[in-house]
Ligand binder design. Structure first.
Ligand code: SAM
Length: 191
């Protein structure tokens, strides 16, 4: 299993918004959901995506999307605007839950945590172990004090020196993990 935790410092915590961008940049959360949970013509059933929404009026809320249980979701922005509005107004959608939770509390419940940061250890050499959990900042980045807290439980990992969009980081990590699964055992066969 793979997990992604996106910290959204402004993501709205109610359903009163005109569009995702004006909802404290819930468009960044939507783009990250897309890259975390969808492949071409397939959902990633082995991914759980979390977003900590820290915007008004009732922060912090944890949005959890479980790829194994997610149903009735297409990839377009309008679909996700409707889904997010629905769950933020207290209604249900299969595979999605909303609960009161903070980043600090969520991280304490997890093992094998990696904080995405340009200055971290290269993803090419770091041992990701089993069931890695990746923590990312939003369009601004992870607040320093939260990063310091999460680093008590995990390590920094980098996908390169250049800064990428949070959604691109998720896409790249999914791809790297897919490659590892795809070619694992290849060297063993030839030795
Ligand atoms: C759009 S970036 C934030 C950029 C922001 N200006 C900053 O300096 O933190 C969003 C998140 O993606 C992750 N990120 C971006 N580029 C990365 C890289 N090259 N390696 C690892 N993580 C990266 C970080 O977690 C960052 O908080």
């Amino acid at each position: 299993m793979r997990e992604f935790i996106l910290y959204s410092r402004t993501g709205r915590t109610d359903s009163r918004f005109q569009n995702l961008r004006e909802a404290g940049r819930l468009d960044v959360v939507y783009q990250s959901i897309l890259m975390a949970l969808f492949r071409s013509h397939a959902m990633r059933r082995d991914v759980v995506f979390h977003a900590i929404l820290s915007g008004p009026p009732a922060p912090p809320l944890e949005l959890v999307i479980d790829g194994e249980k997610l149903r009735d979701a297409r990839t377009d922005e309008r679909t996700w605007e409707d889904i997010l509005r629905k769950v933020l107004s207290g209604r249900e959608h299969p595979g999605i839950t909303i609960k009161k939770n903070s980043l600090q509390q969520l991280v304490k419940e997890k093992k094998n945590i990696f904080v995405l940061e340009e200055s971290g250890e290269s993803i090419r050499t770091i041992d990701l172990g089993e069931n890695p959990v990746f923590v990312l900042g939003d369009q601004v980045g992870l607040p320093k004090k939260d990063e310091e807290f999460v680093l008590r439980y995990g390590k920094k990992v980098s996908i390169g020196e250049k800064a990428y969009l949070a959604s691109a980081c998720i896409c790249i990590i999914n791809y790297i993990l897919d490659l590892r699964e795809c070619f694992s055992g290849e060297n063993e066969d030839t030795q």
